[in-house]
Write a protein that binds this ligand. Sequence first.
Ligand code: AHM
Ligand code: MG
Length: 336
Amino acid sequence: HAADANRTDLMTIMRFVLNEQSKHPESRGDFTILLSHIVLGCKFVCSAVNKAGLAKLIGLAGETNVQGEEQKKLDVLSNDVFVKALISSGRTCILVSEEDEEATFVEPSQRGRYVVVFDPLDGSSNIDCGVSIGTIFGIYMVKHSNEPTLDDVLQPGENMVAAGYCMYGSSCTFVLSTGVGVNGFTLDPSLGEFILTHPDIKIPKKGKIYSVNEGNAKNWDGPTAKYVEKCKFPKDGSSSKSLRYIGSMVADVHRTLLYGGIFLYPADKKSPNGKLRVLYEVFPMSFLMERAGGQAFTGKQRALELVPKNVHERSPIFLGSYDDVEEIKALYAAEV
Ligand code: AHM
Ligand code: MG
């Protein structure tokens, strides 16, 4: 379908989620309210990210704000906004953020049924040069709502009820799965609304791109090294793959989801568990990949079956097109 420039029937993200919820008569609208607070956080971060370069230039010109304090760092600012938005939604009971050492337990008067794990601003090494960064989140339902404990957070990824990310790039894109299918929304800045632009995203079954930090190659394990060698020098007559690596997980995964291919953050000798965090990086992205028809593998098991033992645990991850992940699984299986 050609895009209709005069479209008058706008499917906003809130309308979309309300529609989905109306299919579940037992739903009380709590999820929609929670999501509206996450969306607000993303809009705030989007606007802050867009102004960041400017604020910096003004700072360089010798300006400080009225209190004479330095600008709050963007990742700290984003975290503050999300924590406050999530608590004030009245629908959360535990929050785990990459920025906070400990999980936050919401006090009983503001407590709800959802656990939210998130990385408020991932890819921070890319902030200062204006490269795409993003927010990643996953949502669980609390198991024992009267007395929430860490046990409610340390659940396998397959228990998530929803996951998504927002990418602050050349446009601001919000990708969400509430369990069935994956949908993408683009912020219309003049409306301040996310509009459905990528309905029912399906990742191509096989891709032509691999995405990995090859600077770590000397420390890779056998299967990872073999796989990447195969991407460059295929022996089965297929053409070699292209390499794309932004170093910003949201951007690398977003491209993988739309164009197909594989994203790897493998184990290496220096970091035996890789770099990426299970709860708020590996799980949400694995959840989206599976819902879009792809796969996510840790080198040992299906990523979503992992049971984390602590909130900031890391895991190696290989995710993307079904057939491409199948190949890396076969190489690990041949190892043992
Ligand atoms: P961060 O949470 O400190 O920003 O690190 C996470 C980022 C991911 O976005 C990205 O996939 C990865 O780090 C890149 O790591 P590397 O620079 O080692 O390739
Ligand atoms: Mg991160």
